[in-house]
Write a protein of this length. Sequence first.
Length: 278
Amino acid sequence: MQLVNGFKLMDYAKENGLVLTAFNTTNYELTAGIIRGYQEKGLGGYIAISSSNLKLSNPKIIADMVKSAMKEASVPVALHLDHGKSFEDVKACIEAGFTSIMVDASHLPFEENIEEVRRTVEYCHFYGIPVEAELGAIGGKEDDHISEEDAKTNPEDVKEFVERTSCDLLAVSIGNVHGMDLTPNLDFPLLEKIAARSSVPLVLHGGSGIPFDQVRRAKQQNLIKVNYGSDLRQAFIRTFGQAYERNHNEFDIMSLSKLAIDNVEDRVKAIITEVNEK
Ligand code: G3H
Ligand code: ZN
């Protein structure tokens, strides 16, 4: 199946009452495990790669790899730029065939965030691609990006931000953090205020480690997407780490890579089940 357009995927989520998962990839094994997980569960979602992670490869390599992994799949999957850090990255990803974009200008002052998102939206909408933006800052570590800042989204800014940027999804900071080091506790009164003021659906970053009952509870507040990165990376790395611990002379990269794909697939299936089927 071809990659689906991000707007179509959002419609699919609304029609089926789903919170879409977005799983971050880095390499072939993660990609194969993610797509197999979606296929086995019979549910679609996002596969994403962050701007920082694109330094390891480039948008075309990632798009080609994901498109080829999708050839035998029959569930709708959109390829998403996660935490898009520059207009150049956005353009390169659209050109490579990405079907959904996030621009992350949340580190900038309010007016500059609006300006950066607005010009990205203008560009992406021309190609019929939806744009996710972030208001407030999410703390923790993502790829090589470490943010000490953890500024919760100010609900009073939400309406103006969404209206002036014309973004299609809004990523919020409500106690969610990137990485596995901290145990997040979502601020539900704040989420309710944000949801009441946002005309577009909401996105939760830092999914790894958030108790699933909290993710399901957030679904009542117009949540459409929840992002998972570290959880799958851990499953991948653990596969090789455990093999090395068992045998310091281990060199069977083929078998271990296949096992890593299985382990990533298992985490994908478990997360999808927790988010949408309980
Ligand atoms: O944008 C990606 C996610 O927010 C990943 O966060 O590594 O805590 O799951 P996580
Ligand atoms: Zn994130």
